[in-house]
Design a protein around this ligand. Structure first.
Ligand SMILES: Cc1cc2nc3c(=O)[nH]c(=O)nc-3n(C[C@H](O)[C@H](O)[C@H](O)COP(=O)(O)OP(=O)(O)OC[C@H]3O[C@@H](n4cnc5c(N)ncnc54)[C@H](O)[C@@H]3O)c2cc1C
Ligand code: SF4
Length: 336
């Protein structure tokens, strides 16, 4: 274990200032991911800035008719909040499909956005990993890659390849809902659409997000439409609880008189970020229930998918999961 100092600021400006003036400092919220990574010597923060005293722990209505989730509200408080349960049940479902009750009581919304990949080689400092040590190689490419990505992995130079997935459930629902992330940093406040918050690995696989150094996530804004009537979250995993998604699908549909007026589909467990393809969603608009061609939509969403051996099964699995999720969201088959 490397030694580190600890500081607990009382306001956002001081917290942001701490990171700006201390190279190697990191924010800590619930600690459920960061502390594990520090124990494994993957993260080597020299100063922990504990943000738990900041006033970022409320859920409030927005002027636009949506909901603002504070970065420090826990995953459990969010999932069981009355307004989330009734207006954004897709989000509740996704959160409750993740981790365990104990972890959800500690894990915060901001920390969930910034949790790191569960790639085994990223955690194992004895193996090469371009995300942990740029240029060292990728242990997963020719290794045991059952949990790895099938989409968005091509394009980077060979010496910087990364096929890791983003492990969050919450973020898949946020992607389907078109959430916006509010951040404060050394240069002030800004907002980032969730679609632009997480990155594909590209030629910088060590960068998971588009956050700039020292930026603090303060809240997540949900737009007014939470698809409360037609939605579902399907998570397929090796164990029924306490396991990350092999494939997950978040669907929100707007259906008027048996005709689809709006459709959102986001996939988890298949890419370095929650995966959406607006062209595939547009294929559903105007189609009628029960005649909509869900298989064609799944095909379009998965266009370009590539397997690496142990994870090749995910392509067919994702196809079936998308079709099933659309059927459930459209109420053509019951929730289980
Ligand atoms: C055994 C296990 C199983 C799990 N299963 C699942 C699962 O199935 N699905 C799922 O979605 N998750 C799962 N998780 C992950 C869990 O949800 C995350 O660890 C948690 O959400 C992280 O939140 P935290 O507050 O504890 O973050 P921390 O561990 O405190 O921080 C994580 C990272 O975020 C940064 N950070 C935290 N808050 C902020 C902020 N406001 N602004 C900027 N940076 C910030 C920290 O610097 C750190 O880099 C699992 C975790 C474990 C240990
Ligand atoms: S997939 Fe990414 S995180 Fe995993 S070993 Fe390869 S470079 Fe590292």
């Amino acid at each position: 274990m490397n030694s580190f100092s600890y500081f607990r600021p009382g306001d956002v400006d001081t917290a942001v200032g701490e990171l700006a003036t201390h190279e190697g400092a990191k924010f800590i919220a619930g600690g459920t991911n960061l502390l594990d990574l520090m124990k494994e010597n993957v993260e080597r923060a020299n100063r922990l800035v504990d943000i738990n005293r900041l006033a970022l722990n409320t859920i409030e209505d927005t002027d636009e008719g949506g909901l603002r989730l504070g970065a420090l509200v826990t995953n459990a408080e969010t999932a069981y909040h009355e307004k989330v349960e009734t207006r954004y049940p897709l989000l509740s479902q996704a959160i409750l499909a993740g981790a365990s009750a104990q972890l959800r009581n500690m894990a915060t919304n901001g920390g969930n956005l910034l949790q790191r990949t569960r790639c085994y080689y990223f955690y194992d400092t004895q193996t090469p990993c371009n995300k942990r040590e740029p240029g060292s190689g990728c242990g997963a490419l020719n290794g045991f890659n059952r949990i790895h990505a099938i989409l968005g992995t091509s394009g980077q130079p060979a010496e910087l390849r990364c096929i890791a997935t983003h492990p969050s459930d919450l973020c898949v629902a946020l992607a389907a809902l078109d959430a916006t992330i509010r951040v404060t940093g050394p240069l002030g406040e800004r907002t980032i659409p969730i679609a632009d918050f997480h990155r594909l690995p590209g030629d910088e696989p060590w960068r998971d997000t588009t956050l700039q150094p020292g930026e603090l996530v303060t809240a997540i804004d949900l737009p007014a439409n939470g698809f409360p009537d037609y939605h579902t979250y399907i998570k397929i995993r090796d164990r029924q609880s306490y396991a990350f998604a092999l494939v997950s699908v978040a669907v929100g549909l707007e259906i008027q008189e048996d005709r689809i007026a709006d459709a959102r589909i986001a996939l988890g467990g298949v890419a370095h970020k929650p995966w959406r393809k607006p062209e595939a969603e547009a294929m559903l608009v105007g189609q009628t229930i029960p005649d909509a061609d869900f298989r064609a939509v799944a095909q379009a969403l998965l266009a370009g998918a590539v397997g690496y051996g142990h994870n090749t099964f995910k392509i067919e699995l994702a196809h079936r999961a998308i079709v099933r999720a659309l059927q459930r969201a459209a109420k053509l088959e019951p929730e289980v």
